[in-house]
Design a protein around this ligand. Structure first.
Ligand code: PBG
Length: 321
């Protein structure tokens, strides 16, 4: 009889044989900075994460750096709605001026926090084409945002809108403006999902009409999921991403095989909140459950993990590298 339990019999042998690719350096901490907010406000479902004004945000980053977090994903929310990258760029500048290369700052690049209707794109204005995406205008706006963030000191651009052509358009404008070394982390396989709920409250980006199904992927469609990452790779993405991470884990390996690029996952707000709520009901241990999910991502081959719990990793016993 096979005796597989022999290799699990005690902690020493378990540690010896653990296939451990997980460390804090692989985790990215999202951070929400709201223009004009005084202090901070809790985000429902995302315990340990707040919406913050810039001062509170800088303090939070300082304490995260002490916990060995080096990678951040910035979500900036302007005070006034309207397509304009200035407020986000100012926040990027403030963070980079303060911390320089002590951190690596990815900037989520999308229109949904600033557009009046909460959509990730611009729709045609004329009555006849209502509800039809104006791709050209959307790509121009996204490129403007990306350039403004790069000029302000962003270390990486992370477009999350799902418009066809945006990675190519952003690469083009970055290269033309001496930002050849700034990588694009594309939200490349992003599904239309029910698991973004807590985020939309935090980023003030709930669509005022309709949903995002015109541009985000239908969860039933594997071909579209693979094709979307392939599209981003061919447009010049440097890193690919799968989102929501937990419910798309089956696609990680095929996307890696297909594109030969680094592929990571986003453990999205609803997934993280589900762990919070399980623990609140006494149905699981939050820290252990969180660690388990990261280990699963790592086992599946994720090269990076965006998670609302990155700042807990040191206390959970992860090593820095
Ligand atoms: C914006 C964006 C979203 C998320 C990341 N960037 C929301 C959405 O597409 O509706 C979701 C992140 C999360 O739920 O944690 N385009």
């Amino acid at each position: 009889m096979k005796h597989l339990m022999r290799n699990r019999a005690n902690p020493h042998i378990r540690e010896l044989l653990a296939q451990n690719g997980l460390s804090i350096s692989k985790l990215i901490q999202p951070i929400f900075i709201i223009e004009g907010l005084k202090g901070e406000e809790a985000i429902l479902g995302l315990d340990g994460n707040n919406k913050m004004g810039i001062d509170a945000g800088l303090k939070q980053i300082e304490s995260d750096l002490e916990k060995a977090v080096r990678q951040f994903m910035l979500f900036s929310v302007p005070e006034k709605k309207g397509i304009n990258a200035d407020s986000g760029a100012q926040i990027v500048r403030a963070i980079k001026q303060r911390f320089g290369n002590d951190l690596h700052l990815w900037v989520d690049t999308c229109l949904c926090s600033s557009s009046v209707d909460g959509h990730c794109c611009i729709f045609h204005q004329d009555k006849k084409q209502r509800g039809i995406i104006d791709l050209e205008a959307s790509l121009l706006a996204l490129s403007d945002y990306a350039l403004a963030y790069a000029d302000a000191g962003a270390d990486g651009i992370a477009p999350s809108d799902m418009m066809d052509g945006r990675v190519g358009a952003i690469r083009n404008i970055l290269d033309k403006n001496a930002h050849v070394n700034i990588p694009i982390m594309s939200y490349s396989t992003k599904f239309a999902s029910q698991f973004y709920g807590p985020f939309r409250g935090a980023a003030n980006s709930t669509p005022s009409f309709g949903d995002r199904k015109q541009y985000q992927i239908d969860v039933r469609n594997k071909n579209d999921a693979l094709g979307a990452s392939q599209r981003c790779a061919s447009e010049g993405a440097d890193l690919l991403m799968l989102k929501p991470g937990m419910s798309s884990i089956d696609l990680l390996s095929p996307i890696k095989r297909q594109n030969k690029l680094p592929v990571g996952v986003y453990q999205v707000s609803g997934e993280y909140a589900s762990l919070v709520l399980l623990a609140k009901e006494g149905l699981s241990d939050f820290d252990k459950a969180l660690l388990e999910t990261w280990q699963v991502f790592s086992r599946a081959g994720a090269q990076y993990i965006i998670t609302y719990g990155a700042r807990k990793a040191l206390d959970l016993g992860l090593s820095k590298t």
